[in-house]
Ligand binder design. Structure first.
Ligand SMILES: Cc1ncc(COP(=O)(O)O)c(C=O)c1O
Length: 325
């Protein structure tokens, strides 16, 4: 059953206006034919969000940056890798809102910035480099302390904007689907857990029995599932949904068998997925996240894990800027 009160609360969340229209849903007819049939395949085009090259981070930042702005912040800070989509989207949100942006990125300063690194500089972000992932959060905290001491008002955004608020943007996104024709399964890339928690929460609140299958780009399922459960509890507490969203954690499906040799390292299956999606449906994936998720979807279809009378929706989370690195 639909939780109308919680859905209304989601729709009432203040936004920064980064996202104006629902993203399109399209048929993947070419891919389906190439796979020799199987379930109906759809794609939700969050890669086609017009703001700043789009992607899932724009949805999350739409609500998180709005909160920062409403609290009177003058600087957004966040963390990521040198080619982080989230860092680029944060820098873009800051530019749109007239705020400053500090990015703490793990890796070496590129000699000639390309892809997201280039866009970060174009957007005017101040960039600090650290040598490891572990150093990022403490370095962001230290930078925020320094700004506060200078009389500025910093707002720290954790990795991937995967807070209960950021995840709620994805709960709201589920309402963009036609409820009378909801997919049997959503397959998408998962990494910091925010997108997946939001999708699970949205399905629970709308009373949909849609499975949400997150294909990990990075962490083992055993590490990611508790993160998702925590985010779902946070969403539940914020929306006052009486345990319904928190309880949905038991259905969270995380598949870590498509990571291959590691985060950002293409695998034979992800290379195939990248090519097949482009050649069959002119759909561009990215090597780090969505190609691995599509590799998962293709493998599931080939293994007959969906019935021919089912509908599977691939939720494209963006990242295509990485094709130009
Ligand atoms: C293109 C893309 N897809 C998927 C993800 C994973 O989303 P989440 O961090 O919400 O799990 C990311 C995260 O960086 C991303 O950039």
């Amino acid at each position: 059953m639909r939780d109308s009160k919680a859905i209304a609360a989601l729709h009432a969340l203040p936004t920064a206006g980064l996202l104006t229209d629902p993203t399109p849903v399209e048929e993947l007819t070419g891919l389906r034919a190439a796979l020799g049939g199987g379930p109906r395949l759809l794609v939700k085009r969050d890669d086609a969000i017009p703001f700043a090259f789009g992607g899932n981070k724009v949805r999350k930042l739409d609500v998180v940056a709005a909160q920062a702005y409403d609290e009177g912040a003058d600087t957004l800070l966040t963390v990521g890798g040198v080619q982080s989509n989230h860092a680029r989207a944060t820098a873009a949100a800051a530019a749109r809102l007239g705020l400053r942006c500090v990015l703490v990125l793990s890796g070496s300063p590129p000699e000639r910035p390309r892809g997201n690194a280039f866009l970060d500089t174009l957007l005017g972000a101040e960039i600090a480099y650290v040598s490891s992932r572990e150093e990022r959060a403490p370095a962001m905290r230290a930078a925020a302390d320094r700004l506060r001491a200078e009389g500025r008002r910093p707002f720290e955004i954790p990795l991937g904007a995967s807070t209960p608020l950021g995840a709620m943007a994805y709960a709201r996104a589920v309402a963009e689907l036609d409820p009378s024709n909801a997919p049997d399964a959503i397959v998408h890339s998962t990494s910091s857990g925010g997108t997946q928690s939001g999708l699970i929460a949205g399905c629970a609140l709308l009373g949909l029995s849609t499975r949400v299958v997150g294909i990990s780009a990075d962490d083992p399922a055993a590490r990611l599932k508790p993160v998702i459960a925590d985010l779902l509890s946070g969403i539940d507490a914020t929306l006052g949904s009486g345990g319904r969203v928190a309880a949905a954690a038991r259905d969270a499906e995380v598949d870590d068998s498509f990571v291959g040799e590691g985060y950002g390292i293409p695998s034979p299956a992800s290379r195939e997925a990248l090519e097949v999606a482009a050649r069959c449906d002119a759909l561009f994936l990215d090597p780090t996240y969505t190609a691995k998720a599509m590799a998962g979807l293709i493998a599931y279809v080939r293994a007959g894990r969906f019935r021919a009378d089912q509908t599977v929706l691939f939720w494209h989370t963006g990242g295509q800027v990485a094709l130009f690195v």
